[in-house]
Design a protein around this ligand. Structure first.
Ligand code: NDP
Length: 344
């Protein structure tokens, strides 16, 4: 079997943008797009914040990216990868769901992260019709409307504040009587005139046939219905990185660590160290981080702890999580992989 230059695992914005650059560099990348292919954009309706695209449906944006990547010489396989290995000769191999093994010199991991959902049938039915997992992407569609955000972590509170820029009122629905989010975020949310928090509340149903009309909640006093036009679910994300946990360093939540992300993590601790005495918990975190750092070659910003393995998109990034930032990181990984191939 031929050895490929680069295998890309992931057919979302990051993987396809990386493929475009590698293909245009004549490196004929092989991309596993998964089954079903396309990543989080396939679950989105209107995308109005992808630069250069006035308004486009998420699946159409992916289709356009696929055609562009294929046009320049990318081979796309619409299958999942079931195992990945790195040989002692540094060659990477990926076994597809149908049992075929493909070998490459470099590998780009762009497997994304899935937004977690509450698991209600009504939530699934109304996804893209008023139910969303991204306030930055969809908040704009709720100008002067009443919306609800579900969750009590930093994401939920940050998204609640984002939504106040558009909505007339924002309910924060949290299942406990105390937020998990940082104190500073809590202070901003609790003091905001447009935000009302409903504590100890469980969502029973998102009500509406063709669009969201209200939310049915279970609260300590009984059942309660609030009228809302939008429901934003912000209860966390899970990166799709199980395949790689024996091969590369992941953070404690399972996100792929690259030179860029581990450097930022290290900087945070160095600044903390300068400002205050480190407590026992942080001292242990620093010790673990220093052990991990030794495994990284800092030549390439998107390189993981394994030589020739690069990470891009939402499986790396739990901060920005945008199609355009994933696409940008895919390009960085492609350029890094190209340089790595020249040097190895
Ligand atoms: P978290 O896991 O921190 O929080 C998830 C929240 O959702 C929790 O409040 C949790 O409730 C709630 N929740 C979980 N499952 C359900 C469910 N089935 N039904 C209802 N509620 C549920 O995720 P985040 O995405 O908020 O944050 C992830 C990481 O990213 C964190 O480390 C966070 O600090 C960080 N982050 C930092 C930001 C910043 O610094 N600006 C911005 C955004 C994120 P409970 O509290 O009861 O567990």
């Amino acid at each position: 079997m031929d050895t490929q230059n680069v295998i890309i695992i992931g057919g979302g914005a990051a993987g396809l943008s990386g493929a475009l650059y590698l293909a245009r560099a004549g490196l004929k990348p092989l991309l596993f797009a998964g089954s079903p292919p396309g990543g989080q954009l396939m679950l989105t309706t209107d995308v109005e914040n992808f630069p250069g695209q006035d308004a486009i449906l998420g699946p159409n944006l992916i289709e356009t990216m696929r055609k562009q990547a294929i046009k320049f010489g990318t081979t796309i396989i619409d299958e999942n990868v079931k195992s990945v290995k790195i040989g002692s000769d540094q060659l990477k191999s990926a076994e597809s769901a149908s049992g075929k093994t493909y070998v490459s010199k470099a590998l780009i991991i762009a497997t994304g992260a899935k937004a977690l959902w509450m698991g209600l049938p009504s939530e699934t039915r109304l996804r893209g019709k008023g139910v969303s997992a991204c306030a930055t992407c969809d908040g704009f569609f709720f100008k002067n409307k009443v919306v609800a955000i579900i969750g009590g972590g930093d994401s939920a509170l940050e998204e609640a504040l984002t939504l106040t820029k558009f909505a007339s009122k924002v309910y924060v629905i949290h299942r406990r009587a105390e937020f998990k989010a940082s104190k500073i975020m809590q202070k901003r949310v609790l003091g905001h005139e447009k935000i009302e928090v409903i504590w100890n509340a469980q969502v029973l149903e998102v009500v509406g046939q063709l669009k969201v009309e209200s939310l049915k909640l279970k609260v300590p006093e009984g059942e309660k219905t609030i009228e809302v036009s939008g429901v934003f679910v912000a209860i966390g994300h899970r990166p799709d990185t199980d395949l790689f946990k024996e091969l590369i360093e992941l953070d404690e939540k399972g996100y792929v660590m690259t030179v860029n992300t581990i450097a930022l993590e290290n900087l945070k601790f160095e600044i903390l160290n300068l400002k205050s005495n480190i407590d026992e918990e942080n001292a242990l975190k620093i010790k673990n981080l220093k052990l991990k750092i030794q495994k990284f070659d800092t030549t390439y910003g998107t390189q993981t702890s394994a030589s020739g393995v690069f990470g891009a998109g939402d499986c790396v990034d739990h901060v920005y999580k945008q199609a355009s930032t994933a696409a940008g990181m895919g390009v960085q990984a492609a350029l890094d992989a190209e340089r790595w191939l020249e040097n190895n």
